[in-house]
Design a binder for this molecule. Sequence first.
Ligand code: GDP
Length: 458
Amino acid sequence: MKNEIASSQDTIVALATPAGIGAIGVIRLSGNNAITISNEVFKGKDLSKAASHTIHFGTIRDGEKVLDEVLVSVFIAPKSFTKENVVEISCHGSNYIIRQIIQLLVKTGARLAQPGEFTKRAFLHGQFDLPQAEAVADLIAADSEAAHKAALNQMRGGFSQEISALREKLIHFASMIELELDFGEEDVEFASREALHALVNELKAVITSLIASFDLGNVIKNGVPTVIAGKPNAGKSTLLNALLNEEKAIVSDIPGTTRDFIEDEINIEGISFRFIDTAGLRDTTDEIEAIGVERTQEKMKQASLIIYMVDLAAASPVEVGQEINRLENLGIPFIMVGNKVDRVSTDQLEAFNTFDLILLSALDKASLESLRQKILEIVHLDSFKTGNTIVTNLRHYESLLKTKQALDDVIQGINNQVTNDLLALDIRTALHHLGEITGDITTDDLLANIFGKFCIGK
Ligand code: GDP
């Protein structure tokens, strides 16, 4: 199927660099006629004679009119991103020039590319599998070191190679069992149930660890949702400002000022944290503030990490103990911060000795380092650091869950000695979902959905 789509393709063109004014803009063409079409409008070297991976200086002309001086890079199929003939024209980055050149190329026989069409073609020509193609989008969107690393790992093959290998083995079992079906009543066994059981377990182990990695993957891609909570005036907004290094939250000494949520991203050692400053947690008669407090409690439940602040100058050790109990009951990782150390004496501090508190003064940025370290410690990034594969894509995650369910059914089927046709059916279901991940099984809808999210030119 892949080759069929490949051969019927026309030549597409789009701006590959961001729209807007820049020093240069790169216009990309891909398809059988990419070189012929470019050659018709390019004055310089005869591109039809150019070797692959060469760059040529010349002008783009519409008849006699010179549109721009450009550099043209030539990539001859299959040694290009799309595995088709590709030409990249680097022109001056003016909207006018870019528009004129693209219009000229369309007039000469190219067609405007759809969103993600270059990457889609690369996928259809077997340049990479579906997770790798999806990683291209993630890589472009990654704005933290961790997200970048996860996307790069996936683009380099990541888990799909592992899944493909196991899927091949499972296909073999499926055909053996289907062969047994052909023998009907005869008592033949081509596929050892024991070996099948072992393979399914092996697959399940891989799938289960990939499913488990999604929480971390999600965190890496979208940031760790972190709530800063505590009584009014504890110093939550001050802390957020200090972490953000700018005045985003409103700081005041009138209790209850932070009524709504302020969200911002902070990058700590390459991992992005989505900080949510919240309304304080006191009992209140103010209606609007009461809503804020309620929403704070909701937000706390959704957080991956809670930073709970107490004002050491105002809180008693008994109170702090109670707060810690309450947080433990929530079951969400939390860090207890004792703020305003500058306002309490060493003796007063002694009273809090029994608690695991990070002591700091939100007004003194230097004292925040221990908090940063604690935050990193809490968010387990060990598996990320060791380079384990991490699933960051919701589509993969959903297919993995379905695969796991199907594999459970296979195991149950073996244990209950169900008939071969039922067993074969469950294996086929598992294969289907695995194939959805690797892209061995695709539908037009699926491809449209994935590549439609890319920008034009990608
Ligand atoms: P929130 O209600 O928890 O958000 O508290 P704010 O961040 O608005 O802080 C309340 C008041 O405490 C402000 O006047 C801050 O300047 C002050 N504050 C915050 N942190 C510290 C600190 O570490 N030391 C001292 N002395 N004052 C602080």
